[in-house]
Design a protein around this ligand. Structure first.
Ligand SMILES: [Zn+2]
Length: 276
């Protein structure tokens, strides 16, 4: 190859490389186009549960915790008069409110739930288990409207409107025994047991004797709780019984099996609610 030929070759090579680079650059910078003309019928909202919490702190400190720390919730309902509903995390995002949790065998519920924090001082357990500090009327009215709105938009079934204690019984006690679950269920939000059936069953259990731990474990599992199935009244099982009592028999949260707890558990539908 003569010297001019070498120069011509190098010029052609340089032009080719520059042109090549230019075309790659232009492809990279081109805006990605989407075609939205197709839509599948096989889809649903990512939101399958609504989880209620109490903050166990006042409004100022709750706002700080839920915005500045490694915990969050989609909504915060204050105890102001009238209560304020803060939208802290968009519903399309996961909030860090459920933690290690389980319901009907599903785990890591942050990604499939909406979390609502309600400003409330919390509940200090005593030996009898009491109803705790009542939630203000106005606050409950607002919480009910909020749950109604979320449940309707995402088609959340009654059995999936739960407390933090239901999905993490060994770690959590919120929203506590003062939370008015029965009232919510009467508004079609959340699950409740057949009260007539429970009264009848309680009489029967008192006569025949309280069922054994294995029965309680199987029944608690049937209604969604993550509970051991070892027949032992161990600390995990007691925590789950206490979570059930907190939700459905708040007058006495003992964590121990008894006839009334067995009756209410037995009269609770696996899904849905008796108020619908
Ligand atoms: Zn909580």
């Amino acid at each position: 190859m003569s010297i001019p030929s070498v120069i011509r070759y190098l010029i052609i090579l340089a032009v080719t490389l520059v042109t090549g680079c230019a075309s790659v650059t232009s492809n990279k910078s081109a805006k990605l186009q989407f075609n939205d003309s197709l839509s599948s019928t096989a889809q649903r909202s990512r939101v399958e549960l609504i989880v209620l919490h109490y903050t166990a702190s006042n409004s100022i400190s709750s706002k700080l915790t839920l915005t500045q720390k490694d915990v969050s919730a989609h909504y915060l309902v204050t105890d102001d008069d009238p209560p304020i509903v803060y939208r802290i995390v968009p519903e399309s995002q996961s909030a860090w409110h459920a933690g290690d949790s389980s319901w009907y065998g599903r785990t890591y519920l942050n990604s499939s739930s909406i979390g609502i924090e309600v400003v409330h001082p919390g509940w200090v357990r005593n030996t009898n288990g009491n109803a705790g500090i009542p939630y203000p009327r106005e606050q409950i009215n607002v919480v009910t409207k909020l749950v109604q709105d979320i449940a309707a938009r995402h088609k959340v079934p009654p059995e999936n409107i739960v407390g933090h204690s239901d999905i993490a019984p060994s770690r959590k006690q919120d929203p506590g025994p003062a939370f008015p679950w029965k009232e919510l269920a009467q508004s079609g939000l959340g699950r409740w047991f057949d009260e007539n059936k429970a009264i009848q069953l309680e009489g029967e259990f008192k006569k025949k004797g309280v069922p054994d731990t294995k029965w309680f474990q199987a029944q608690l599992k049937r209604v969604g709780y993550n509970v051991p199935e070892n027949g032992q009244l161990d600390s995990s099982t007691k925590a789950v019984i206490a979570a059930f009592q907190q939700h459905y028999r708040p007058s006495q949260v003992s964590g121990l099996p008894d006839a009334e707890t067995a009756a209410r558990l037995s009269a609770l539908p696996t899904t849905g609610t008796n108020f619908r």
